[in-house]
Ligand binder design. Structure first.
Ligand SMILES: [Zn+2]
Length: 140
């Protein structure tokens, strides 16, 4: 089996609703997202001969994800009081609403699915919340 890995990163704020501890407050991370793509075979012809795929193509897909979240406040649906949310939006803050709690684990699964739906043969998605802590998602 062959594997390639590429990564992108973004800076964004989040908080964990119903969490007792520091993470319940709004705080920022440099999120590092690392995708591993696999294939048993390499391309046989053309520009990508001898490759699973072009690194730049995988990097581009990760960059699209990263740009969606960069310099935003990420929050789980229904965790802000409606008037708080309204005020933040009215003041022009860039907000990204998610249907799930914004943990590294949930992001890992979410990004895995985004790439899979685009046709990438993802074997692993790793999301670093800090340089020392990461979560991974794999199927099988
Ligand atoms: Zn955090």
């Amino acid at each position: 089996m062959y594997f390639i890995k590429a990564e992108a990163s973004f800076d964004a704020a989040h908080f964990l609703h119903d969490y007792e501890g520091k993470c319940s407050n709004i705080h920022g991370h440099r999120w590092r997202i690392v995708a591993t793509v696999q294939n048993a075979f390499l391309q046989r012809n053309g520009q990508q001969k001898g490759m699973i795929m072009d690194f730049s193509e995988l990097k581009k897909a990760l960059k699209i994800i990263a740009e969606h979240y960069d310099h935003s406040l990420i929050y789980e649906k229904n965790t802000f009081k409606s008037d708080t949310l309204e005020c933040l939006k009215r003041d022009g803050f860039r907000m990204v609403e998610l249907p799930f709690r914004p943990t590294a684990e949930n992001f890992a699964r979410h990004f895995y699915m985004v790439l899979k739906e685009k046709g990438y043969r993802v074997s692993n998605m790793t999301v670093y919340e800090t340089p020392e802590n990461c979560a991974m998602y794999e199927e099988n």
